[in-house]
Design a protein around this ligand. Structure first.
Ligand SMILES: C[S@@+](CC[C@H](N)C(=O)[O-])C[C@H]1O[C@@H](n2cnc3c(N)ncnc32)[C@H](O)[C@@H]1O
Length: 257
């Protein structure tokens, strides 16, 4: 048995140069190596990463999707490829039906790296075609910080030290929100809530564009229990659909509950 870096070095895949990616993959995948995993990768270029997964998971079935036609030489018959768009949900359903009717164990998005496309395929595949306990990986989410990228926007640094005036204002609004008088005037409650959102929001130098915006939406899903908290939140109470979200530089892993 060889480790992932050794196998990656044999093939034409950019995963070979991302040593931190390979380390992350080994952390999550090592325990699955002997299993007959069903793995789907979105975005396959010349197919190098499919050979890598085929060799690493010796009993695995490896499926790839790319907008370009990709011809592979695979005598094992354990690699299958499809041509199409990552956001084509009907095609994703067909791929799942033909290869993993009980769900995929692993799905990797190394495709367009465009927030709205990654998000469309993520929610479709995560909800319908990833097994409970399955792993969904997203590569290169940092493209959202590049202005030269289709939906990326340059990150502007903001001040990180406390702004005492805005903090005091936040406290005043929060106290007013708890006043029984406000409870009797729905419009006042709504107005205070909007003003607080503006004042609090102005104190963070965050960025919600492209893949970065999508990653922040994933953090919201982790917060589902608080978002729907019976006393403090809104909507029907529920827990997160994620057991774990681990974010590394430009690489993230989600484990389905
Ligand atoms: C970074 S490369 C994939 C590299 C490969 N996973 C590897 O590790 O060697 C991205 C691939 O995504 C494909 N792609 C880009 N946008 C796409 C889309 N919307 N749907 C399907 N494939 C797309 C490109 O054709 C390209 O081959």
């Amino acid at each position: 048995m060889h480790d992932l870096a050794h196998i990656a070095g044999k093939y034409d895949t950019d995963k070979a140069v991302h040593t931190s990616y390979l380390r992350n993959y080994e952390n999550y995948f090592d325990g699955l190596r002997a299993d007959a995993v069903r793995l789907l990768e979105l975005g396959i270029k010349e197919g190098g990463s499919l050979y890598l997964w085929r060799d690493y998971f010796e009993r695995g079935l490896v499926i790839g999707l790319d907008v370009e036609a990709v011809r592979l030489d695979d005598p094992t018959g354990r690699i299958r490829t499809y041509q199409g768009m990552q956001q084509d949900t009907q095609l994703l359903d067909r791929i799942a039906r033909e290869n993993a009717p009980d769900g995929f164990d692993i799905i990797i998005d190394d495709c367009a790296h465009i927030g709205v496309l990654a998000r469309a395929s993520f929610w479709h595949l995560f909800e319908r075609h990833l097994k409970p306990g399955g792993v969904y990986v997203i590569e290169d989410w940092g493209t959202g910080y590049w202005d030269s990228w289709l939906d990326g926007v340059t990150y502007r640094r903001g001040r990180k030290e406390l702004n005492p005036a805005l903090y005091r204002l936040t406290r005043i609004i929060a106290r007013a929100q708890q006043h029984t008088f406000v409870g009797r005037l729905p419009l006042a409650g709504w107005l205070l809530s909007r003003v607080k959102a503006l004042v609090v929001g102005a104190q963070y130098c965050s960025h919600n564009y492209g893949m970065v915006g999508f990653v922040k939406e994933l953090i919201d899903e982790l917060g589902a229990a608080d978002i729907t908290h019976p006393q403090r939140g809104v909507g029907a109470p529920r827990t997160s659909k994620f057991r774990e979200l681990r974010i590394s530089p430009s690489h993230l892993f989600i484990i389905k509950s």
